[in-house]
Design a protein around this ligand. Structure first.
Ligand SMILES: *Cc1c(COP(=O)(O)O)cnc(C)c1O
Length: 478
């Protein structure tokens, strides 16, 4: 039932002192004055609390249960960081305030920038982009500005591996590049021979993520970087998932020139369903002059200021200075974890992924037998052939057991893929339980396939008709 259907005429959730406000709209122009009564639901405070509590209980979140959504790093975000971001000193400031009055906020941004430079091995960072894909676009525009600044106008090709996150080719195309796809080796790595064939004086950039979307470390990365640079192109690092490498190794040391991060995956901001994100972009010194303006800087007297004096900047990517509350959480996370803590988080993320990979290889083929990083991909094609149950069905059946499904049918190079990222914040018991549930579902798929094919059975919403939802979407309640 919607909140409008629960409305009872005349019911109220508040009481204002009589006559404390009187406003008849006299000072407003006629066309701004409402002619009809606003159709608001009429409910008591308790009605409203119950309504939203019920909705919240129908929702699934990482605070409710295991959420192994590959490539998304749905890890636990410490509530302490939420508390810190909600402090009045952070929430009650305005971006138009004179900089002398917001020195603390600028200091936080400056120090966060320094920490992220240290973590990524980059020299300068913009905190402005509001999401991963937004960071990619920013990075691609910087690549473009760099080549144009050298009058190297024919470089209009962006090379992207076939295993890449879909936002990579999309961002490159948005920045005006022609996207050329590179085939992976059968082990799921970038094919160096294939790369050599494609490198020429039209290539502007190679976009990579390492570990890649199969959760594998591109072991030839130093050679790849050398080849790309010798060909006059730049190397871009999709750092959306830094969870496997924080404190262990740095994109800057692997030869990358530009990197974006997803603070809302690795650095303590809950995400999913379109909440505020942050996709800072870091660059090596020779690209710093192209970053979006303004940059937060520190003057000799120790005060902080906003530097707009970058004549070659690609311009603004977003209003103001980024999603500030996300920056506060990332800063708090980095400080509370410390260097050792971040390193340990990566180690545990990788250990958890490998432990679960081993457990699940009892039931499924794993796309690569190699030790994985923070995530791994299950290749369900044999399972599908044997049982007639699809990986989508397995994903839906997991919901009945109170677990969020992993990412399915991605990366595209593995058929019937299931991409699993347990993250460092899950216990061994949770991983064991998940593997046990998977075992049960495999068993059901053999003995009672219809049960799995018609799942979910216990959720507030049953199986959706994906095709109709895509072809004939209904966005509003009618
Ligand atoms: C999540 C993700 C992105 C995109 O990030 P958004 O914030 O959703 O735009 C890009 N690349 C990889 C590898 C990702 O996992």
């Amino acid at each position: 039932m919607t909140i409008f259907e629960k409305s009872v005429k005349g019911r109220k959730g508040f009481k204002l002192p009589e006559g404390s406000v009187s406003f008849e709209g006299k000072d407003l122009p006629d066309h701004l004055i409402r002619t009809r009564k606003l159709a608001l639901p009429e409910l008591s405070e308790l009605d409203v609390v119950r309504h939203y509590t019920e909705l919240a209980s129908k929702n699934y979140s990482v605070d409710k249960g295991f959420y192994p959504l590959g490539s998304c790093t749905m890890k636990y975000n410490p509530k302490l960081n939420e508390f810190l971001a909600s402090l009045e000193g952070f929430t009650e400031i305005h971006p138009y305030q004179p900089v002398e009055t917001v020195q603390g906020a600028l200091q936080l941004m400056y120090e966060l920038k320094e920490a992220l430079c240290e973590i990524t091995g980059m020299d300068e960072i913009s905190l402005q982009p509001a999401a991963g894909a937004h960071g990619e676009l920013t990075g691609m525009l910087i690549v473009r500005a760099y080549h144009l600044s050298r009058n190297d106008t024919k470089r209009n090709v962006a090379l992207v591996p076939d295993s890449a996150h879909g936002t990579n080719p999309a961002s490159a195309a948005m920045a005006g590049f022609e996207v050329v796809e590179l085939k992976s080796t059968k082990d799921g790595l970038l094919d160096v021979e294939e790369l050599k064939k494609h490198l020429n004086d039209r290539v502007a950039v190679l976009m990579l993520t390492n570990p890649n979307t199969l959760g594998l470390f591109e072991k030839d990365i130093l050679e790849i970087a050398k080849l790309v640079h010798e060909a006059g192109a730049l190397l871009y690092y999709d750092g959306a998932n830094l969870n496997a490498i924080m404190g262990r190794f740095r994109p800057g040391d692997m030869g990358f020139d530009v990197v974006h991060l997803n603070l809302h995956k690795t650095f303590s901001t809950p995400h999913g369903m379109g909440g505020p994100g942050s996709g800072p972009v870091g660059v090596k010194q020779f690209l710093a002059r192209f970053l979006p303006v303004p940059l937060v800087r520190k003057s000799k007297d120790g005060s902080y200021y906003l530097d707009y004096d970058l004549p070659e900047s690609i311009g603004r990517m977003r209003s103001f200075y980024g999603n500030f509350s996300v920056l506060v959480k990332a800063y708090a996370y980095i400080l509370t974890m410390g260097e050792d803590g971040l390193k340990r988080a990566s180690e545990m993320a990788v250990l958890n992924a490998n432990y679960l990979r081993k457990l699940l290889s009892k039931y499924f083929k794993v796309a690569s037998e190699r030790t994985c990083m923070h995530e791994f991909v299950v290749d369900g094609s044999e399972f599908v052939k044997k049982t007639g149950v699809r990986i989508l069905d397995v994903a839906k059946r997991l919901l009945d057991y109170g677990v969020h499904a992993p990412t399915v049918y991605f990366p595209l190079i593995v058929h019937e893929a299931m991409m699993i990222e347990p993250t460092e914040t899950e216990s061994k018991q949770t991983l064991d339980q998940f593997a046990e549930i998977m075992g049960k579902i495999v068993d059901e798929a053999i003995k009672n396939p219809d049960l799995v094919k018609s799942a979910p059975h216990n959720t507030p919403v049953k199986r959706l008709d994906d095709v109709t939802a895509t072809k004939n979407p209904i966005y509003r309640y009618q």
